[in-house]
Design a protein around this ligand. Structure first.
Ligand code: BG6
Length: 613
């Protein structure tokens, strides 16, 4: 995915755009560019590489004077990262400039058509094709709104667009379809952005356009039209996040800041009422009768959110006795899922914009299932498309590899399971109360893991193992799922080849990869499976592995007799133990990546949310 930003008002646009792009760089950082409406032309500066390269190239915007502009930071989809593929893209007559987040799926067909009419292109991008088609329609109609209506009618795919027109120095245009876009109302200034952090410094009053909406923004007004060009009204809302939430503060990296914010995030998410409207959670529309009639639950998500869904499977089946399947969202609609009105499909997504998860949601709705989204970003596509949404209270998550949002999603999953268990009476009231009390105490427990000695132990382990090229994670039951998340964190951040296997599975093949000195991180916190897991530890030890065992204080002494290193974590309610266990693994990945000189906030090849399938 990419990040787009736009500004019109009384300030120098270039500075606002560059600052806004710095808040969106987590969305993509292959190249960046800005365009400012100057009296003579739509002046563009763009460059391959990080935003800093662009800043240096345009002298921090001094080369582009003007109070109207658009900007873009790119995660390459069509065409390699390069200056000529960087946005903004202009029409050859220089009259229109455009930035785009999304995918124009029929761009090749349109490109052929335009080439046949004599147009020429300077990039490999789908975006330049959209700009060219818009320029053609504008030349025909002389009216930008009509030209946008005619152009978007020809586009298939997803797009959030920011558009400038040389003939119109007093306005910018924005279009939203299946890609995130918010419109900000300031004092004598208006902004557009892919995500709230880019505009929080100017306003918290925003409008979330509906799919297909076209907006015309001046420094005094925002007009919105639907895809047919008819005026529509959209509500103005207040963004709940503050500027500081999206700032680095005194931390060296967003990754560490967000790891350290987890106790507060859990406090906020656990305290937010799951029923009744609140900032962080809406009332469940599913009524008790519907919950009693549930025959099956699917949980569809991607990446770390998928791991939350996998834990959700264990939790919902154990505490609510409802058959539950967890599946990668990219597989969901091709797996011929069995869906009907007695199926609940839960979609988990931090950004609320992941294309695979949005596609899974649409498939579930098309087949009559009830859809419930667990999302962190208000007004996002998944939040708006689901039958109901529970917002996590993680605040803006900037680091590409998720930590606090993962923990917040897990807390919502616990609360959902306890809510269902109470309704279905699959757990005693006393057991449910104990679990709820433990959830309220979880922030304190995680705070223990984040004390200097806990952080220091993981830094020391990272110092010892950061040069390894292969690291294995093993565990059983929910520990096996936490191993998946721990190994993904290590892969994402340090580029080490990390694998996770159920401990009982290793002997059926993967153990052939174990040799002298290979580090194996064994999670052994599921009480009734501790000894079985330690038997698997002995198997890898016998083949030369160096074992780091993560277990609770109850088993630490016994684990020390077998493992080379023991990482002791607080023992909490079994339902909640995965939330504690992941924190040392997040820290281990963070410090390992630093030792390897990796960019922990913006790992290579990744993007915060992938809005393409
Ligand atoms: C990946 C991110 O691109 O998308 C992961 O790097 C994330 O951190 C996954 O878990 C899913 O994103 P989202 O926004 O749908 O939770």
């Amino acid at each position: 995915m990419c990040g787009i930003v736009g500004y019109i008002g009384h300030r120098q646009a270039a500075g606002v755009l560059l600052e806004g792009l710095s808040k969106l760089e987590y969305r993509g950082y292959d190249s960046a560019g800005i365009c400012v409406h100057t009296p003579q032309a739509l002046a563009v500066s763009r460059s391959k590489g990080r935003l800093q390269t662009l800043r240096e190239k345009c002298d921090s915007g001094a080369d582009l004077p003007g109070t109207l502009g658009i900007g873009h930071t790119r995660w390459a989809t069509h065409g390699a990262p390069s200056d000529c593929n960087a946005h903004p893209h202009r029409t050859r007559d220089g009259k229109i400039a455009l930035v785009h987040n999304g995918i124009i799926e029929n761009y090749l067909e349109l490109k052929e058509e335009l080439l046949s009419r004599g147009h020429r292109f300077t990039s490999e991008t789908d975006t330049e094709v959209a700009a060219c088609l818009l320029g053609e329609n504008y030349a025909k109609t002389g009216d930008m709104l009509c030209a946008i209506v005619a152009t978007t009618a020809r586009l298939t795919g997803s797009y959030a667009l920011g558009i400038l027109c040389l003939d119109q120095p007093d306005r910018m245009y924005a279009v939203r379809k299946d890609s995130p876009l918010i419109l900000g109302w300031g004092d004598n200034e208006c902004l557009i952005a892919s995500d709230a952090p880019a505009i929080l410094g100017y306003t918290r009053r925003v409008i979330y356009p509906a799919d297909g909406d076209i907006a015309i923004l001046t420094d005094q007004s925002i007009q919105i039209f639907n895809a047919l060009g008819n005026p529509v009204l959209r509500p103005t809302e207040e963004v709940q996040w503050s500027v500081a939430d999206a700032e680095l503060g005194d931390y060296p990296h967003f990754m560490l800041k967000e790891i350290m914010e987890q106790p507060r995030v859990l406090t906020d998410t656990a305290a937010a009422p799951l029923t009744g409207n609140s900032d962080c959670a809406n009332s469940l529309l599913l009524d008790p009768e519907q919950i009693r009639n549930l025959r099956r639950i699917y949980i569809a998500a991607c990446g770390s959110a998928y791991h939350v869904g996998f834990l959700g499977k264990y939790i919902l089946e154990k505490y609510c006795r409802i058959p539950t399947e967890s599946i990668q969202a990219s597989e969901f609609r091709y797996a011929a899922p069995i869906l009907d009105q007695n199926t609940l499909v839960i979609l988990i997504s931090q950004s609320g914009e992941t294309a695979d998860t949005l596609a899974a949601l649409r498939e579930a709705k098309a087949q009559g299932a009830h859809t419930l989204a667990i999302v962190n970003v208000m007004g996002s596509a998944i939040a708006k498309a689901a039958d109901e949404v529970i917002y996590t209270c993680a605040g803006p998550e900037i680091a590409v590899a998720t930590t606090k949002a993962y923990s917040a999603q897990l807390a919502v999953m616990y609360r959902l399971a306890l809510r269902f268990a109470r309704l279905l009476e699959t757990q005693s009231q006393e057991d449910i109360r104990q679990a709820e009390d433990a959830l309220l105490d979880l922030p304190r427990q995680i705070g223990q893991v984040l004390l200097p000695e806990g952080i220091g132990q993981m830094r020391t382990l990272a110092d010892r193992f950061h040069a390894c090229e292969d690291i294995f994670f093993i565990g059983r039951n929910v520990d096996a799922v936490t191993c998946l998340e721990g190994s993904l964190k290590l892969k994402e951040l340090s580029y080490i080849h990390a694998e996770a296997y159920p401990a009982g599975e290793l002997k059926h093949g993967p153990i052939s990869l174990i040799e002298e000195g290979v580090p194996v991180i064994a999670l052994a916190t599921v009480r009734e499976l501790f000894h079985k897991t330690m038997a698997n530890v002995k198997e890898v030890k016998a083949r030369g592995a160096t074992v780091i065992c993560l277990t609770t204080e109850e088993f630490a002494e016994e684990a020390r007799r077998t493992a080379d290193v023991v990482v002791e974590v607080p023992k909490v309610h079994p339902l909640l133990q995965p939330s504690v266990n992941i924190v040392p693994l997040q820290l281990f990945s963070y410090f390992t990546a630093l030792n390897r000189g990796c960019d922990v906030d913006k790992p290579r090849n990744l993007a915060k949310s992938v809005t393409v399938e």
